[in-house]
Design a protein around this ligand. Structure first.
Ligand code: NAD
Length: 385
């Protein structure tokens, strides 16, 4: 029988991770201080399992049996101490260092000394979380992507205190769940959320400067093979969620100017325009989720009197900033090599090709010259590919 898994935090990520563990035969404790959250997660998991089993061709009593047999292994709870018998605990509570530290202190006290304690934090320091736990060498980051039952990538984050054997166990666990693990150092945003930050930041800078409107930017990015444009992505993820990650990475890098979040996002958040979930963000959506086009204020570029950049120039600007960040991450040892970062961006952010592969195919000397050009800061500086 697979080992018992406890998932603490039954929101978007916790529900997805618990489902994944159930699908792979584990007994699962899903714990949240809010009973409404666990109840919602339980119902959601039941619904998703039904869909998944019917996609696998199960029908009628066979489907009902399989579903009941799977859900039998799910126990809902409210206190971290209920994780006591779990061999592996995965924390997915709100992105707050204070909350996570308090929780890890309790989890470390409640569980057996060799239980593995993982955090699903997007951008907080694994080391800072681990210091709150007794035996911090068993704490690591297991960073799943949303939706967890679908996304193939998991970043395995070792802090300076993490025992290498613990990282091995984490990687083996998620490999057994059909995921692809990549090893990351404990730097803000790890690999994907850090290297891909310019995807939205550069798009927002283009918008702020009046160089191009959201439909033009999204259309150019989609035409280059990305499944959606940066503004469509922010609306899907939630303006508030994207801003929180952007802010955490910016703070994590000492408020470096290149990561500074756009005031446009803060304005949208303050206005309650959070994207698809509120029916309005950069775009407007009808109740069925159909995109009705740019929201007022985003339907045209701010007139700036400059020649608007062409689609290839827009995409090049975004990709060059990503390449630049990828090189910095590599230099800092965030991941082992170019291939790992490329894989991370393809699996974790759905890039058609990784930044290094793109840079090599464009030509490193050309990319180097473009990155060095003082005009790189100008949205309309690129002549296109
Ligand atoms: P969420 O807001 O959907 O859920 C968080 C849950 O944690 C809530 O149900 C809340 O009641 C619960 N909670 C808060 N404090 C708690 C405590 N002390 N004990 C038990 N439960 C507690 O959040 P989410 O989007 O699922 O994110 C969870 C974590 O995963 C965050 O660290 C986030 O950065 C990270 N993450 C999120 C995504 C994403 O796309 N949403 C992707 C990867 C990682």
């Amino acid at each position: 029988m697979p080992v018992e898994i406890a998932v603490v935090g039954a929101g978007t990520m916790g529900a997805g991770i618990a489902q994944l563990a159930l699908e792979h035969g584990h007994p699962v404790r899903l714990i949240d201080l809010d009973p409404a959250a666990t109840a919602r997660a339980g119902a959601l998991i039941a619904e998703r399992l039904t869909r998944r089993f019917s996609q696998q061709g199960l029908i009628g009593p066979e489907l009902a049996d399989r579903r009941a047999g799977t859900l039998e292994r799910l126990v809902l709870g409210a206190d971290p101490e209920e994780a006591a018998d779990a061999s592996i605990v995965i924390e997915a509570v709100i992105e707050s260092l204070e909350v996570k530290q308090a929780l890890f202190a309790r989890l470390a006290a409640a569980t057996s000394p060799d239980a593995l304690l993982a955090t699903n934090t997007s951008a907080l320091s694994v080391r800072a979380i681990a210091t709150a736990a007794s035996r911090p060498e068993r704490v690591l980051g297991l960073h799943f992507f949303n939706p967890a039952p679908v996304m193939a990538l998991v970043e395995i984050v070792s802090g300076p205190l993490t025992d290498p054997a613990v990282a091995e166990r984490g990687a083996a666990l998620v490999t057994g769940w059909g995921r692809t693990p990549i090893r990351c150092a404990d730097r803000p945003g790890f690999a994907v959320n850090r290297v891909n930050r310019p995807f939205t930041i550069q798009a927002l800078r283009l918008l702020e400067s009046g160089a191009a409107d959201i439909s033009t930017i999204d259309g150019a990015v989609r035409a280059a093979g990305f499944p959606m444009g940066p503004f469509e992505l922010m609306d899907l993820v939630g303006i508030d969620v994207n801003l929180a990650t952007a802010t955490a990475v910016w703070e994590g890098f000492g408020r470096a100017a290149r990561f500074s979040p756009s005031p446009i996002q803060a304005e949208l958040e303050a206005a309650g325009r959070l994207g698809r979930k509120t029916g309005r963000g950069f775009y407007r959506y009808d109740p069925s989720g159909t995109n009705l086009g740019p929201a007022p204020g985003f339907d045209r570029a701010v007139p700036g009197g400059r020649t608007p950049p062409g689609p290839e120039s827009i995409v090049a600007r975004i990709r060059l900033a990503i390449v630049s960040e990828a090189y910095r991450a590599l230099e800092e040892g965030v991941a082992a090599d170019e291939a790992t970062i490329d894989l991370a961006l393809r699996l974790g952010a759905a890039h058609p090709e990784g930044p290094f592969a793109w840079a090599h195919s464009r030509g490193l000397s050309r990319v180097g010259a473009e990155l060095d050009a003082p005009a790189t800061a100008e949205p309309d500086a690129f002549s296109g590919a």
